[in-house]
Design a protein around this ligand. Sequence first.
Ligand code: FAD
Ligand code: NAI
Length: 475
Amino acid sequence: MSQAFDVVVIGGGPGGYIAAIRAAQLGFKVACIDEWKNAAGGPAPGGTCTNVGCIPSKALLQSSEHFDHANHHFADHGISATNVKIDIAKMIGRKDAVVKQNNDGILYLFKKNKVTFFHGRGSFVKAVEAGYEIQVTGAKEELITGQQIILATGSNARALPGVPFDEETVLSNDGALRIGAVPKKLVLIGSGVIGLEMGSVWRRLGSDVTILEGLPTFLGAVDEQIAKEAKKAFDKQGMKIELGVKVGDVKTSKKGVSVAYTNAKGEAQSIDADKLIVSIGRVPNTIGLNAEAVGLQLDERGAIVVDAECRTSLKGVWAVGDVVRGPMLAHKAEEEGVAVAERIAGQHGHVNFNTIPWVIYTSPEIAWVGETEQQLKARGAAYKAGTFPFLANGRARALGDTTGMVKFLADAATDEILGVHIVGPMASELIAEAVVAMEFKASAEDIARICHAHPSLSEATKEAALAVDKRTLNF
Ligand code: FAD
Ligand code: NAI
């Protein structure tokens, strides 16, 4: 007799494990199935985000930033640090330990919330009267049923056509997070989020980094003024970013890799490197779900088709996170997971796509929420803009990091905040205020009238809000 659950979640990444916890909080009998294995073959829930994404990348960004500071910025504070060395094995070991803490944390949360965890692959067998029969294939084979199914099977790195990842020389995000020694020369294809974050890690550690980007514009989804400022900072750091290239043959050898490409002027070029990271986007993952058995509808990209509330084409089957439309972000996956669990419980779960923040954890950090200036122009919106540079912020000066600015975009008539864009120190944390403000439909003046601690970087946010009305106090 198979075990019966009210809710079965397939995938234990941020979309899946959060959905499982929320469903359990709401009183359902919940199972979560996840197949990710740690090095010892044991369970490692948390998905891409925890194992080869958000968490390990931020651990390496932190380590490499310390190294960069010791080499280049300590001296400004009167601290001499000569002959600074990096032990890559230790740095990677620390990153792995951080990952394990997160895996263990999720297993603990499952126990705490009485979520039954299955380590293995979950696949559809058939629809039954009580919902769906799901096969779990892992160390043990089990058959379970779920009245409601939440699919949260995530995404995989997209490879260049004909250039599979070997994770030795041609690396996806997985290999990029466990390079054993600083590559002398590193080439990345794609100057999106992963390209910039991973490029930053290895540049700070000493690699000669070149990023080849297909599009003629740098960070096209980012507000142009912010992207321009960020590009200036990356150029200054020596990260070479070539825009408008067309990548040709990629040849690997014992010595490394050679990438042929045509540059923006149409000239044939080639570049040799020790390692190549391919970061050209990700593809939704439904491998192994046996979606055909139940007739689950996928779109032309392989994403599970869902409506605005994450309902799939099948009754009682929902899908969230990277495997469906929308931005591939951990917090978007989490919000969808919570909303779906609440909808199953008859509540009104809601995800506001207009207030999902984006953060690129480079130095300077880039963060934004809402519309960009180019989007406002494109839709003919009447808007006001206000910017404030960190150069004029006391805390930024004290930190020794005055790159960048905060930019506000507000409706010309109502003053409602339409977008906030930040490039600079701690942009990842500063953006939260803007998200709250936009969620509450605040005006720029609301922020301008709020008391912000002094000295703090958040004063730059207040000043940018004041700038919308052309009345900054410190600039
Ligand atoms: P995933 O995290 O991919 O989880 C899916 C899980 O399902 C996996 O564990 C997988 O093994 C399992 N699975 C799949 N099929 C089955 C099956 N049939 N049976 C059982 N288990 C299955 N986002 C951010 O918001 N901030 C960041 O800083 C950030 N940094 C990133 C850095 C990198 C290098 C990468 C690659 C991504 C980053 N992301 C970041 C994106 C983020 O990782 C994803 O958006 C997020 O993980 C999506 O969550 P998910 O639950 O949809 O899928
Ligand atoms: P991306 O979509 O951010 O960037 C891919 C880049 O590659 C684009 O600029 C694209 O124009 C370029 N490109 C595509 N094909 C190309 C080709 N053949 N040749 C040259 N350039 C090409 O994707 P990325 O960086 O792989 O990251 C995947 C997703 O993971 C992101 O979209 C994001 O959702 C998530 N992520 C989020 C992070 C965060 O929130 N801080 C960090 C890392 C990843």
